[in-house]
Design a protein around this ligand. Structure first.
Ligand code: ZN
Length: 405
């Protein structure tokens, strides 16, 4: 696979990367200091402007692509639409026989009014800050790997497409159509979620689905006409209890994550909303859960005066190990070997855009970003000395593809 790639093919590119560590770190810090919570459209726009400048250096075709709105159910049980930020798409040599997808998100889980907004240096030399690892560090690793790769004469042999999306942290509802389109045009995918702190990469991922149940009953005065009321909270509580009872194996988990309903205590409540996150490992389990939920709702709807509706779906199908993924893993292991490193792999319950690319038929590895940890918390940190080695590994992966054409 990479047998014909020899040291002279990457020496110059690596020399250049070795001199970029300060610049890379500075960019990560600058980006992390700009809030880009998924719903902070102004912040996302500022980050996109900065990225457009930086990725402009690749001299590809750059365009800004609009997202679809997010559909959700609000606290009144009504459907609602929420506008999302735009994606950045860059491509080069689109006519090439082989094209590689590179993708990572620019949104973070920290909203504009969250108290975690700025980077600070930790005593152990790590950088603490919102999104430093997930995934602003990944954006910069992706950029510098491409900059280094483009310096090589081998680069002309393959094409690539970059997708930077604004909504991964809520499951990419606005950019999944772009993911599905690009997956059809590329032969392998590299995604830049952070590697684990010890450098382990993620192999398989569970799938994830969010479901919202809306129960409607009948309100009545609790003193005067209690018997006329139909209590939506009680109906929803029974349904949530039944769903919780489905938990029997760590392979499939049902998390009752949110419950709303009721108001004044002298009113029989006529509305309750329950929200559930489900994680599964296989498509068969996904089908099984969908059937279970349909059955439970059907049963609940047999109660007099109660109606329950279900909304939602598995937005991230499971990402099982496939032949294509195994081949890509082997390639990455060989590239790491050239760097004198060994790669360890593990599965995880967390989903990423890698799930969606895999479901659309594109084998991918999705943790090629720098090492870091405690993501989605105020302790999130980046291990700065992992930036250059991560970029080197990705440069080698790209060179290995370019070398076999
Ligand atoms: Zn992420």
């Amino acid at each position: 696979m990479n047998s014909l790639l020899n040291e002279s093919d990457w020496l110059q590119e690596f020399d250049w990367l070795d001199k970029q560590s300060d610049a890379m770190l500075q960019l990560v810090e600058n980006l992390a200091n700009i809030n880009s919570g998924t719903f902070n459209l102004d912040g996302l726009k500022t980050v996109a402007e900065c990225l457009t400048n930086e990725f402009g250096k690749l001299d590809g075709d750059l365009s800004i692509l609009e997202s679809h709105p997010q559909h959700s159910i609000n606290s009144a049980g009504k459907p609602e639409q929420q506008k999302l930020g735009n994606s950045i798409h860059i491509s080069k040599r689109v006519a090439a026989k082989k094209k590689i997808l590179l993708c990572i998100h620019m949104d973070t889980v920290y909203a504009k009014d969250h108290s975690f907004q700025k980077c600070q240096w930790l005593e152990n030399g790590n950088l603490n800050g919102p999104g430093v690892a997930d995934a602003k560090g990944g954006l910069i690793v992706m950029l510098y790997a491409l900059l280094a790769f483009e310096k090589s004469p081998l680069a002309k042999n393959i094409g690539w497409e970059v997708l930077i999306n604004p909504d991964e942290e809520i499951g990419s509802p606005g950019s999944v159509h772009l993911i599905n389109e690009i997956a059809q045009r590329c032969s392998a995918g590299l995604l830049f979620e952070p590697a684990l702190p010890d450098g382990t990469l993620v192999s398989w991922r569970k799938g994830s689905g969010n479901f919202t149940f809306v129960a409607k009953g009948r309100s009545a005065h609790s003193g005067r006409e209690f018997e006329k009321g139909r209590n939506a909270i009680v109906a929803m509580a029974k349904l949530m209890e039944a769903i919780d009872q489905l938990n029997s194996t760590p392979e499939i988990t049902y998390n009752i994550g949110n419950f709303q309903g009721g108001g004044a205590l002298n009113v029989v409540p006529d509305l309750a909303i329950g929200r559930v996150n489900v994680r599964i490992k296989t498509v068969e389990q996904q089908n099984q859960v969908e059937q279970q939920f349909a059955e439970l709702v059907r049963t609940a709807n047999q109660s007099d005066g109660i109606s329950i509706e279900m909304h939602g779906q598995f937005s991230s199908p499971p990402k099982p190990m496939s032949q294509g993924t195994a081949e890509l893993q082997l390639r990455i292991e060989k590239c790491a070997e050239m760097l004198g490193k060994q790669i360890n792999w593990r599965g995880t319950g967390g989903a990423s855009d890698g799930n969606k690319f895999a479901a659309a038929g594109l084998p991918n590895i999705d943790t090629l970003g720098p090492r870091g940890g405690d993501i989605h918390s105020m302790d999130e940190y980046l291990i700065p000395e992992s930036l250059v080695p991560s970029a080197k590994l990705v440069t080698l992966i790209l060179l290995s593809f370019a070398n076999e054409i």
